[in-house]
Design a protein around this ligand. Sequence first.
Ligand SMILES: C[S@@+](CC[C@H](N)C(=O)[O-])C[C@H]1O[C@@H](n2cnc3c(N)ncnc32)[C@H](O)[C@@H]1O
Length: 216
Amino acid sequence: MRNKIRVRQHVNPLAQKYGTPANPLDWEKVYAQFNQPLHLDIGCARGQFLLSMAKIEPNWNFLGLEIREPLVVEANNLRDELGLTNLHYLFCNVNNSLRSLLSSLPPGTLQRVTIQFPDPWFKTRHAKRRVVQPELVEELANYLAVGGEVFLQSDMKFIAVEMCDRFAAHSAFQRFGTEEWLAENPLPVPTEREVYTQKKGEPVYRALFKKVENNS
Ligand SMILES: C[S@@+](CC[C@H](N)C(=O)[O-])C[C@H]1O[C@@H](n2cnc3c(N)ncnc32)[C@H](O)[C@@H]1O
């Protein structure tokens, strides 16, 4: 049994040390089949969700972005031990790295994005530290393929509402179904935070958005 490494619970994405955007990736070196559709998981933590997804869907590539570097190192080591060639984890701050990462992708490959239980940063004065900012929605609108999906979930209703409001405010995105929360997770694998929340019997707020038009 692997020992879990201990890392800080939260880091401030606005701190100077996270101010440098990630370098673009050489996709041909990252994945065995770099033209496969890409699933991007934002704030992947230990990456267990993506690891299971990568095993279930070998015809997709998976990229996990995470700001706590030790978790990324550990996740990539495990990926190597398992020999998965459709999975990669990257240490970066998503709030300044999406453009440099996604602009080099083969056009049309980014087809699914998940943002699951992002750090809530409860206080209003910390709201700028939350992951789903209008600028992040704009970058996803720029690089997600038409018909591509963004799946959002949180155990904090105010965060789920804020995330939905920000995607709904962008003309490239349309909410799937009614304005009600999705009753079930449409993906075949729950995240670690999702399992923890459901074990406590607490609610999860889920929504799905589709990209309906190209960003102009
Ligand atoms: C509460 S955890 C949820 C992890 C996982 N998605 C789950 O559902 O189990 C949120 C993760 O997002 C990461 N995170 C927060 N802000 C980030 C940012 N700006 N860039 C990259 N990762 C970030 C945190 O370090 C943390 O690992």
